[in-house]
Ligand binder design. Sequence first.
Ligand code: SAH
Ligand code: SF4
Length: 385
Amino acid sequence: MDTLPARLDSSDERRSKVNLMGLSRQQMEVFFIELGEKKFRAQQVLRWIHHAGVTRIDEMTNLGKSLREQLQVIAEVRPPEIVSQQDSSDGTRKWAIRVDGGGLVETVLIPAGRRATLCVSSQVGCSLDCTFCSTGKQGFQRDLSAAEIIGQVWLAIKSYDAFRPDSDRVVTNVVMMGMGEPLLNFDNVVIAMDLMLEDLAYGLSKRRVTLSTSGVVPALDRLAEVSEVSLAVSLHAPNDALRDRLVPINRKYPIASLLQSCRNYMAAQSDKNRVVTIEYTLIAGVNDTPDHAVELAELLRELPCKVNLIPFNPFSQSDYQRPSGSAVSRFWQVLVDAGYIVTVRTTRGDDIDAACGQLVGQVVDRTRRSGRYRANTEKRVIAAG
Ligand code: SAH
Ligand code: SF4
């Protein structure tokens, strides 16, 4: 990634300007060197965009007039466009975001105490078609560009007017758990995560940026070579027969190869105390019995991990049911008794923890029904465990 891709933001054929929002530090340096400028210009522009929230090149006053004029011809700083914003009573904020070509993705900011976790999308839709996932039902439209991915962080901060130097941090953690499979959009996701960690951009610690994958094993092996972000793996089943049904990519990369790849990822980290988060969506009568929990405890024995149980979020195109609270507790107890650290993604209010993909599903439905979408404030509440 030390040379500029042929088309830096290829999502819109009519646009020829380079979208500076999606350039990593390295790419930005190459960009300015190729213009005959010094490397430090890259640092100045990164700060303007990601520290100051500036999108107008003519406001980048330390660049010099002729450079600004030149940049205005060949470059732009273009965040994605917010279609709707919903605020819940507990401070959760959700956005539907329109990307080039008309697709919609969602971004969710979930405050919890002193932290606020931003759930970021990586693709419009998803090709992997996990049976319990609303995004999977929407099919795959396209990869997001790096600018569209990091632009979600930018928009979240902008929406709180928090680019000012005296502002508290609006986003303390990022999880790549929105729409899409991040490892199938590898290069753009890695660039965006680099910017999340980069001090000249968002400066988050590698522990506070998490990539969630359904298990694209070769890409996970590649990630170990280029990134140190935290890893979450969507397991959802303790054996291949069941996982083949729930997470179809398991037929290509079965559980044993996935867990080996996780161990390799952990071994490649400089900090040896880190653990993988195992995500396990509990679906009533499908994968939520105590026997499943016992099998899971056995399966994970050799992996440094913690387990995050996610009670299934029902949506209109799915017949699956959310398990009862007591079924969740029983499952949790088996794992705790076996010595695991286990969290349950909790819900509050009268609504559910809307799974990523559902907001966009609602927007698309409503748009179809009414011909237009009216932004509204809902009482929906999300809480993350
Ligand atoms: N594609 C990546 C990241 C996006 S999904 C992945 O699969 O890991 C983020 C998490 O939400 C995954 O663990 C996914 O399995 C889970 N999820 C998706 N739909 C859900 C639903 N309806 N109920 C509960 N969890 C769901
Ligand atoms: Fe894609 Fe993840 Fe949904 Fe599976 S769970 S369909 S990988 S977004």
